[in-house]
Ligand binder design. Structure first.
Ligand code: 13P
Length: 258
């Protein structure tokens, strides 16, 4: 069974809701039916943009999936500043990023919290994009695969094989995020193959075959095709280059030569 690639744009804390509407509209002018047939596309604006973007996608019948960058694991409660999975599902959010390295490093998210979020996102009927990745010192110490495998196992604890098979994992080496440094296609392949093997050991071969594994970290129009050519790379989680609709559409259209 071939896995359909998923290219996701994580806008992080960029674009207010006016800018978001313009960006989505421009992107939609550049993408064609053939692009959507070849690749699933999601965009992950800040929370304050979600309703506006949802309205545009809906009104103009744009087949881009709406994504969120983060959520809490409880349905509701006294959690000032947080947003619940049910609130996101109500806005037709399809994908939610869980455990981005910026959430882990800057906001103290632990493997256990990421695991709770993954389960809550699934329970609300959405698809988690669960991120794993190593710091530069971990890569230099040769513990990359150990590190990401342990994040993966912890994040998937208690998730059923069927659910794992339908979710998304993003391998984002932290030293490659926003730095202009990209993992080589070989390195990305090695780590993504390890992640797939760990999924197989944890929940079985069928889930390992189905799960989509994205690479993220300085993905650009010029390096997407060679990353996507790797057997175990099923998509890209794009930060900086997804803010500009010209760049992001060229990434989505990597099969046409960037
Ligand atoms: P950059 O593409 O800006 O390196 O960001 C990657 C990322 O963190 C996407 O989630």
């Amino acid at each position: 069974m071939a896995r359909k690639p998923l290219i996701s744009g994580n806008w992080k804390m960029h674009h207010n809701h006016f800018e978001a509407i313009q960006t989505v509209q421009k992107l939609s002018y550049q993408l064609t039916g053939a692009d959507y047939d070849a690749v699933d596309v999601s965009i992950h604006p800040p929370f304050t943009d979600l309703r506006s973007v949802q309205t545009v996608l809906d009104a103009d019948e744009i087949p881009i999936a709406l994504g969120a960058q983060h959520c809490h694991w409880e349905d509701k409660g006294a959690f000032t500043g947080e947003v619940s999975p049910l609130m996101l599902a109500k806005l037709d959010v399809a994908y939610v990023i869980a455990g981005h390295s910026e959430r882990r490093d800057l906001f103290g998210e632990t493997d256990e919290m990421v695991n709770r979020k993954v389960k809550a996102i699934l329970a609300a009927g959405m698809t988690p994009i669960m991120c794993v990745g190593e710091h530069l010192d971990e890569r230099e110490a040769g513990v990359t695969e150990e590190r990401v495998s342990s994040q993966l196992r912890a994040g998937l604890a208690g998730v059923s094989p069927e659910q794992v098979g339908a979710m998304v994992i993003a391998y984002e080496p932290i030293w490659a995020i926003g730095t202009g440094r990209t993992a080589t296609p070989d390195d990305a392949q090695t780590v993504c193959a390890t992640l797939r093997k760990v999924v197989g050991e944890a929940v079985g071969a069928e889930a390992a075959e189905g799960v989509r594994i994205q690479y993220g970290g300085s993905v650009k129009p010029t390096n997407t095709a060679e990353l996507m050519a790797q057997d175990d790379v099923d998509g890209a989680l794009v930060g900086g280059a997804s803010l500009d609709p010209d760049n992001f559409s060229r990434i989505v259209q990597y099969r046409l030569g960037g």
